[in-house]
Design a protein around this ligand. Sequence first.
Ligand code: NDP
Length: 301
Amino acid sequence: MSQSLTLAFVGLGAMGGPMAAHLAAPEVGAETLLLYNRTANKAQALAAELGARVQAVSLPEIARADLIVSCLPTSQEVSEVLAQLPSLKRGAVWVDCTSGHPDAARVQADQLAQQGVTFLDAPVSGGTAGAQAGTLTVMVGGDAQVLDRVRPYLAFAALVRHVGPSGAGFALKAVNNILLATQLLATGEGLAALARCGVSPDAALEVINASSGRSNASQNLIPQRVLTREFPVTFKLGLLAKDADIALDVALSVQASTPLLAQVAGLTRGASRLIGPDHDHTAALQLIEQLNGLELTGERR
Ligand code: NDP
């Protein structure tokens, strides 16, 4: 790709907003950065903050971009956005950083190929902190040569890894996130059982985190979000439940035997329904607390 490109970013949510800001950095070399968000004032505010080369635009205006990056809740919203667009520029590349569905990636890749546009499924991991710091992990499905052309523009990433054909990035992301759900829920259940035995969550986590049962859930998520009772909303429970269901779809589509993951997906879906999809994902442990008639509270709360 030539150096002076028009870039566009679609979806300036918890992840998309800070990711888009990295594309405006002078070293990325974009001639123009177009920002689209459904709630337009978010795009206008970010464009004003990022400077003269950045413009808030209506959805059809992103069709003039050479490289479009999207970060929307699910593949459904990506399809809705695609359906509202005029023809894109021939030779353009669409990098979808949504945690989407592999089936949708294949359909969307075919649909855009008819316009001479390449679609890459490129979900991200690293949370809002990684989006702000520009240290996200990006797992990419689709044409590896096209990825190499756009790689220099993915300034929000520390690691960009091609993982397979169209849909492979979404499949890997879904499996990663069902592992997150597994660790979170299993650690919560273990802590609830221990609390009923009279072992405090603080004592239990101090030992687990110096032992072989530790994980991101035990080291970071539960002490920082659950035991403090803060549950700050950075990654919604409804999005985690969506990812767990995608992981199950992926396993079923290839007749993999994943009985444990099926249980985790069901529990995550149930937690999202009962606790609420807009709560932080760590609030799933409130369901475990209800099932056990207790609260996982820290001593230094
Ligand atoms: P948010 O809910 O914070 O943001 C969603 C964005 O999508 C907003 O810009 C919203 O616009 C826009 N949007 C929602 N519905 C539509 C629609 N129908 N048409 C157009 N735009 C729409 O989500 P996140 O940023 O947290 O998540 C985005 C994706 O990234 C998800 O797939 C998630 O699973 C994934 N992800 C999230 C992580 C996190 O820590 N939050 C970490 C890694 C991946 P509006 O402002 O108008 O509401």
